[in-house]
Design a protein around this ligand. Sequence first.
Ligand SMILES: *[C@@H]1O[C@H](CO)[C@@H](O)[C@H](O)[C@H]1NC(C)=O
Length: 538
Amino acid sequence: MGKNRIETKQADEALLASLGYKQELRRAFTPFEVFGVAFSVIGLVPAMTSVLFNAVPNGGAVSIVWGWALACLPILCIGMAMAELASAAPTSGGLYYWTYTFSSPRCRNLLSWIVGYINTIGSITAVASVDWACAVQIAAGATIGSNQAYVTTNAQLYGIYLAIVLSHGVLVSLGTTILARLQTVYIILNICLCLAIIVALPVATPPEFKNSASYALGNFTNTSGWPSGFAFIVGLLYPLWAIGGYDASIHMSEEASNAAVAIPWAIVGSIAVTGVLGWVMNISLVFCMGTDLANLTGSPVGQPMAQILYNSLGKQGALVLWAMIVLVQYMMGSSALLAASRQTFAFARDGALPFSRLFHRINSYTKTPVNTVWFVVVMSVLLGLLAFAGTQAINAVFTIVVTSQYISYMLPIFARFAFKNNFEPGPFNLGCLGFPVAAIAVSFMFFMVIVFLFPATPQTSVAEMNYTIVVLGGVMFFALVWYYFPVYGGVHWFKGPVENIGSQGRKDSMSQNWDQESVPRVEKGSAVEEVVIIVKDQ
Ligand SMILES: *[C@@H]1O[C@H](CO)[C@@H](O)[C@H](O)[C@H]1NC(C)=O
């Protein structure tokens, strides 16, 4: 047993070295715990709870049940296409590293830069969206507890949000081992919640809230103002956000044992498990939610899931389940922060972020990248300020997450087939199905990104305009300006992922374009040099 562990560790480190990196983080995560990270970032019950508000007005029962089922297939294709890449090159930078190695030398620096930025902002927004949903859920709990007399303002919500984000900062700064061991607790609590919704809810629901099969599986109610077909598509935000963030496990690639097998199966497995379990739960929900959809979204509780639980289980029962949902949601936030800090760490290691030198640093006591954790915390605190522009504005964090994830997933999968490269499959590969799966994944993501750039309702005002495009556009603008900035811009020194292992690394890299010329060179005084110096210091 002990020997196997050492062999696995050596194989993991050799693979990482062939990608150009030396082992800096501790490989503390077993394959099951990596699955736990993916599963708890997806979060299932709390995730469904967070975005159910989006499906209810955009089609009601049909969107909840059939929108979910329909979305699962392309989501699985995206997951499988990514799993192939994760198996071939398991590094915590993942997406932007792959984009670089698969793309043509003419555009790979820029593409990798863009993917890195979008993925970084996406993983930061994921923290903001999960923690915001957690704040909203705590407030909904207070409303239920006060018999719907107490309603929280957006300023109070922001206060709760601050407390959640800051406490996550402390939690994630602690050692990796504690976080790894917590994954098992997350999974067990999540499964208990699923069972409660699948079994206890139908048993407890009073007859006046029970729905007929024809209503539950066939009633389409659209109150969003969009034409019905488009409303159904907008309602897909529900499954797409709920089953999202599965790239979290990729960012754990350098902390997982047997990464080339564990990471891809964590991605595919977590999508499959949440897709099926979630669908069964949705069926339970539509049979127990009554027909008064306006009451679900418009009641003082303001949260359809909370209102359903309240109607079915009464105050006490609803509060017990709700407390569990809030707890798992809170844990989901810590996993999201964990993943976001690792993505930021990897991107800073390649010198691409402002102050990379500061962010590519591992705290010697906790052995975790504490600086990037707090960078993500500060950025999330700033994103939360959208709450003061209104509910639609802060709800844009959910679409920003999906949109930015999809842009950053799309490019490496596309690059693998679009450019000439020597892609060498890892232990997880789809063989000849690789191309069709990738084609479905990329077209679906492209389509959904366009959809999410529309406003949430057709009547657009300042409060209801689409903040997705504002935030994403702002980050893209900043990234491009910094890339092309005279003298200091990335175009002058960013050469994609920087190997930090010395000259023997990356020989078997998948890019056929590697040669002396294209190996990133360290230029005097550049941010890259600073990174190299820090690495040498350790
Ligand atoms: C859906 O249910 C509502 C409320 O019972 C009803 O008014 C509406 O006609 C139903 N729509 C369809 C398409 O069955």
